[in-house]
Design a protein around this ligand. Structure first.
Ligand code: AVI
Length: 318
């Protein structure tokens, strides 16, 4: 999870980067706040709940694909690789890959030390004998991997279609940074969500139980909590819109009436119907996915989907 939270006893101190992004984001037109700020403790819990929703197909579909194809991935990757996961590996997907590949070591990378420690401890007990070497770092930039795995060939793992939350030039930068981190002879196994019927997409991001709405609105609660905000949350509603031109679901928070509020004492106003853009989730046709991967320096060598062509898992080499 991308999460950064500074706690001091009972009081949560504001992260200066959060403050800067919120103040900058409210000054933009249209207003926009980066999606990374969704993932405080409450936001991470809500995201976990989203992954179990009947409408949110990505997690269960990708998991099912991995169950089927990981033995093939293992055969293509060969023996003796270190698996390097971009993200904390707290999901059920990681054990599926580790069981099939039987790697020489497992290196999870995450910006949140808390998540990293929890998931590393779980994986160590599930795979006794496997060296688990967590790295607390921002994987958006090239990373020096632990000494123990430097000479081993790597298999990168980036599931969940998290790449879809970046705009195209940022995803190309990320793929290039991953290539640099993983080094010579590396492979990358990546999950990418596919373009599909608009109603299936909008339902996945605007579920009947309102969990995704709560996830989106929690960003305003976080601003109120951590930046001494007075945003009237009940005067905002969650919107999930398919932007066909950009092949992405956009999440927005829309003011349902004229509102005035303060953030750390600074005054802000929004008119009814004005929005704050909070997330992009890009979807990829099979050729778009391969083109993006090639632009990031990776050559696709195998690609799998589910029977309904909802989601892709792609194996690439550097
Ligand atoms: C983390 N990421 C891949 C999710 C997605 O589907 O874009 C985040 C999410 N936002 C709303 N629902 C799920």
């Amino acid at each position: 999870m991308l999460k950064q939270e500074i706690e001091d006893g009972d009081m949560t101190l504001a992260d200066p980067a959060f403050r800067a992004d919120v103040l900058r984001g409210f000054a933009l037109r249209p207003r926009a706040i980066p999606a990374r700020w969704f993932y405080d403790r409450r936001g991470s819990e809500l995201f976990e709940a989203i992954t179990d929703l009947p409408e949110y197909y990505p997690t269960r579909t990708e998991t099912a694909i991995l169950r089927t194809v990981c033995p093939e991935v293992a055969a293509l990757a060969g023996e003796g690789r270190a698996v390097v996961e971009f993200g904390s590996g707290s999901s059920t997907k990681t054990p599926i890959l580790l069981s099939a590949v039987a790697p020489a070591a497992y290196v999870p990378i995450d910006i949140s030390g808390d998540f990293l420690r929890e998931s590393s401890a779980q994986l160590s007990s599930a795979f006794p004998g496997l060296p688990v070497l967590p790295v607390e770092a921002d994987f958006m930039h090239p990373i020096a991997l632990p000494e123990q795995v430097r000479t081993l060939p790597k298999l990168g793992f980036f599931p969940g279609s998290t790449i879809g939350n970046m705009i195209p030039h940022a995803s190309v930068d990320l793929l290039r940074a991953m290539k640099q981190s993983l080094g010579e002879g590396a492979m990358l196994l990546i999950g990418m969500d596919r373009v599909k019927d608009e109603h299936v997409l909008t339902a996945a991001y605007d579920d009947a139980q309102g969990v995704t709405a709560a996830f989106n609105l929690n960003l305003l609660e976080r601003i109120n909590r951590e930046l001494d905000g007075t945003i009237p949350i009940d005067r905002f509603r969650h919107r999930a819109i398919w932007n066909d031109d950009r092949a992405r679901i956009e999440m927005h928070l829309e003011a349902t009436g004229d509102v005035a509020f303060t953030i750390e004492g600074r005054p802000f106003e929004m008119a009814a119907g004005e929005t704050i853009h909070t997330e992009n989730s890009h979807k990829f046709g099979p050729r778009d996915a391969k083109l993006l991967l090639r632009a990031g320096g990776w050559t696709p060598i195998a690609s799998w989907t589910d029977p309904d062509s909802l989601f892709s898992v792609i194996l690439t080499e550097a």
